[in-house]
Ligand binder design. Structure first.
Ligand SMILES: Cc1cc2nc3c(=O)[nH]c(=O)nc-3n(C[C@H](O)[C@H](O)[C@H](O)COP(=O)(O)OP(=O)(O)OC[C@H]3O[C@@H](n4cnc5c(N)ncnc54)[C@H](O)[C@@H]3O)c2cc1C
Length: 456
């Protein structure tokens, strides 16, 4: 664990009974660092506390390294597909360990950049475990920090299964916490859990020549999302030789792999992607906060868990880095007295291959059928996708009688980029006719937006 601080700790610590800070921010991941920087931009006096690595799950074991791993896998996969583009190439896997080394290096760089930014805004950063003392005081490294507000940005960590200290089972298990530290690509991998993280890794490892089995206890993968996504991905996964086992109700980790519904299956590694536990600082019970049914901290639209306690990021149901960053900004504005509600217009991306991106709701319930409508096209209509031999997928929107957008779903190359158009439209309450006035360059993947709404 790092020990440096951005400024002299002694200058920010004292035992005064009067609050020294506008806010103490606990957790220097996506949410906490964003909150600290925006607080500084608004002239607030804050201090940021981190017990582990700067950047949290965001830069160390989540969003950033997983995208770096995916980038290497895609390059390798594309070279193997080079014949489809009229190019004959012979490739060998230079070194699997380099692929993971690169992901770690990208994480390091992201952490350094974040540190520079905190320094630029003169955010005091203290390394140590923060503990809640009361609703104005936090203890760290035996020092007491007093603040008008406390911001809880402590994130989440992967759920793990009990392995009874069996070292063989322990060696078999991977989670998103340790997967970037391996230096060999497993030949066979079972991924337990067909949610976003499970599906993302299920897309990455086959590109690195791993035989992957995705194991889901529910009747479909990505059960929290539009069923069309599950159908599409299952089909894609099967085409790529990924085995998908749904309804796998009774699953036990064994020394050799998994026992699924009573049958033994052998795997080199088992990746647990069975959900997240939310991390709360010690002493949080003193704040009398309310939890949601998902065990996250309940907040109001200003992200207040109670009047001077804010909860942001994963711990407040953020669940994606860009939501955590926006939570941080909104909490800082509210602490600065610039009353600003959080608007939940947040896109979600599943970084499978191809990507799946969505915003709003794309499911029309039975009782909404005379008020909401949908339009869907297949991606083959997009010329850029055809030119690049990446034309699988579809795009769909839902809208109301007045042609206001209710949601958009893209399952195609660059979906994560294109969803931005729909995000802007929904954030600014644009109608489909407004969106139609936007001219998009030919030939680009983003033209799918126009192709989808052309006949309105
Ligand atoms: C494998 C994986 C891939 C992902 N991919 C994406 C993606 O592509 N895009 C995306 O948007 N999101 C992605 N996510 C989700 C994203 O990483 C999280 O939503 C984001 O990191 C949440 O930010 P946060 O600030 O709430 O929590 P974190 O980033 O986890 O930060 C919380 C910090 O609080 C610290 N902390 C906890 N308790 C204390 C304490 N008592 N005292 C001091 N410090 C404390 C922790 O050490 C940690 O550094 C992914 C997640 C995973 C696991």
């Amino acid at each position: 664990m790092a020990t440096s601080t951005t400024c002299n700790e002694d200058s920010v610590l004292s035992d005064n009974s009067e609050p020294q800070f506008d806010a103490v921010i606990i957790g220097a991941g996506a949410a906490g660092t964003s909150c600290a920087i925006h607080a500084k931009m608004n002239g607030l006096k804050v201090v940021l506390i981190e017990r582990d690595k700067l950047g949290g799950v965001w830069h160390n074991t989540g969003a950033t390294p997983s995208k770096a791993l995916r980038a290497s896998a895609e390059i390798y996969h594309l070279i193997k597909r080079s014949k489809d583009y009229g190019i004959d190439s012979q490739i060998n896997f230079v070194s699997p360990s380099k692929v993971f080394e690169r992901a770690r290096e990208i994480s390091n760089q992201a952490r350094q950049k974040l540190k520079q930014k905190l320094d630029e805004f003169k955010v005091p950063l203290i390394y140590g475990e923060a503990m809640i003392v009361d609703n104005h005081s936090v203890k760290v490294n035996d020092k007491l920090l007093k603040a008008h507000n406390i911001v809880i940005a402590t994130g989440s960590q992967p759920k793990i299964l009990d392995h009874n200290n069996n070292s063989k089972i322990k060696n078999l298990i991977l989670t998103s916490e340790n997967i970037f530290n391996i230096d060999q690509v497993p030949k066979t991998l079972a991924i337990l859990g067909g949610g976003v993280i499970g599906c993302e890794f299920a897309g990455i490892f086959p590109m690195l020549d791993t035989k992957v089995t995705l194991v889901e206890p529910k009747e479909r993968i990505l059960s929290a999302f539009d069923p069309e996504i599950s159908e599409f991905l299952i089909e894609r996964f099967k085409k790529r030789g990924i085995e998908v086992l749904v309804n796998a109700k009774e699953v036990k980790i064994t020394e050799n792999g998994l026992q699924i519904n009573g049958r033994e299956h052998f795997y080199d590694k088992v990746l647990l992607a069975i959900g997240r536990n939310y991390v709360f600082p010690k002493g949080i019970e003193k704040l009398n906060l309310t939890l949601t049914k998902y065990n996250t901290i309940q907040t109001n639209e200003y992200l207040q868990a109670n009047h001077n306690i804010y909860a942001i990021g994963d711990v407040a149901s953020g669940m994606v880095a860009h939501c955590a960053i926006e939570h941080g900004r909104i909490a800082a504005l509210n602490i600065a007295g610039k009353k600003t509600p959080f608007r939940n217009v947040i896109p979600h991306v599943i970084y499978s291959s191809p990507e799946i991106a969505m915003i709003g709701s794309t499911i029309i319930k039975e009782e909404e059928k005379d008020k909401k409508f949908s339009k869907k096209i297949i991606f083959k209509e997009n010329l850029r996708a055809q030119i690049e031999s990446r034309a699988s997928g579809f795009a769909k929107i839902t809208y109301d009688q007045n042609h206001n957008l209710c949601g958009a779903l893209l399952a195609c190359q660059r979906a994560g980029e294109i969803i931005g158009y729909f995000t802007i439209a929904m954030q600014h309450n644009l109608t489909i006719e407004d969106l139609k006035k936007v001219v998009l360059p030919y030939p680009t993947y983003s033209e799918i937006v126009r192709q989808l709404i052309n006949d309105f």
